[in-house]
Design a protein around this ligand. Structure first.
Ligand SMILES: O=C(O)C(=O)Cc1ccccc1
Length: 308
């Protein structure tokens, strides 16, 4: 991260959430002060207000896709940028205080969504209760407000609960992608395997407006890894498109694609360039669109203009 490293980090609390586990994977956060908050909008507002330097928020999970509350809270208000991502494999347990009957099972909506099949097969008559986080669910079981919860093994231990069943997730490969969000500042230099996140607003009365957005990316060899639409809230039928693209704002292909998007879109909001949290290499562009081809073309143009 550029400039003074962040030292105060907001996360969805209380202690023992998956968001806290993801935050602890970032060395600066493991050394810094971690501030639990109750919701994603609260975490991002704390960044905007300057109460914390950064907040870690869930961006998408492998079962349900994007987290709408995060997408909406990222653009509603003063600009924010993503400076890092953390991809955390998630393992859920079913935990209870004792061995009594299970009528009410509490958890965070993402955890309930990712254990739906297990809960239906093993507790078909139980009611699920959505609470603010999996760790809050564990605390509610300890307080006698629910009979069981779906949470991380650590949250069960923190709250003195018995683990009734391990690995209750419907998908053993389940993972959640979190974003570290800060106030705007210069991006860290390219790592060689970066993502750039954008929100684009297109002209709704133009045929092919979304195709022009995709064309601006494809003709620069920029790979699109995620596209999500969200209503802008203005009126029915008005959507913003959230894009994740391979590459970094400081690199020529992304720079040219951004200039192209600026020309064809009603508005482009830059949400940051940051390293991917993966061992997988980026999808290589075709040779005519690699960095060498961009550098060669830029050198050729400089020579034509006599500016070398
Ligand atoms: O409630 C939590 O522990 C969270 O951090 C949110 C969440 C819930 C389920 C999967 C990933 C993140």
């Amino acid at each position: 991260m550029p400039g003074v490293p962040p030292s105060r980090f907001a996360y969805l609390g209380p202690a023992g959430t998956f968001t806290e586990a993801a935050l602890l994977r970032l060395p600066a956060a493991a050394r810094g002060t971690r501030v639990p908050v109750r919701s994603v909008p609260e975490a991002l507002d704390a960044v905007r207000a300057g109460d914390v330097d950064a907040a870690l928020v869930p961006l998408e999970n492998s079962v349900e896709g994007s987290v709408p509350v995060t997408l909406d809270a990222l653009v509603a208000g003063d600009p924010l940028i993503i400076t890092a991502e953390v991809v955390l494999p998630v393992t859920f347990v079913l935990a209870a205080a004792g061995a009594g009957p299970i009528h009410r099972i509490a958890s965070h909506p993402h955890a309930l969504a990712q254990t739906r099949r297990y809960l239906r097969d093993h507790h078909p008559d139980a009611t699920t209760v959505e609470v603010l986080s999996t760790a809050a669910a564990a605390a509610s079981v300890a307080a006698g407000e629910a009979d069981a919860c779906v949470c991380a093994p650590l949250a069960a231990a923190h709250n003195g609960l018995r683990v009734l069943a391990e690995d209750v997730g419907d998908n053993p490969e389940a993972a959640t992608r979190f974003a570290l969000v800060s106030r705007p500042g210069p991006a860290a230099p390219p790592s060689g395997n970066d993502v750039t996140s954008l929100v684009v607003y297109i002209a709704h009365d133009e045929v092919g407006a979304l195709l022009s957005v995709l064309t601006e990316l494809a003709t620069r060899g920029v790979n699109l890894t995620r596209i999500e639409s969200r209503p802008t809230g203005e009126r029915l039928g008005r959507y913003a498109f959230y894009l994740d693209c391979t590459g970094h704002v400081a690199e020529a292909p992304m720079g040219e694609a951004l200039m192209g998007l600026r020309r064809v879109c009603a508005e482009v909001r830059f949400l940051g360039s940051y390293p991917r949290d993966t061992d997988e290499p980026p999808v290589p562009p075709p040779p005519a669109l690699g960095s060498r081809a961009f550098a060669d073309a830029a050198g050729w143009l400089r020579a034509l203009r006599g500016t070398t």
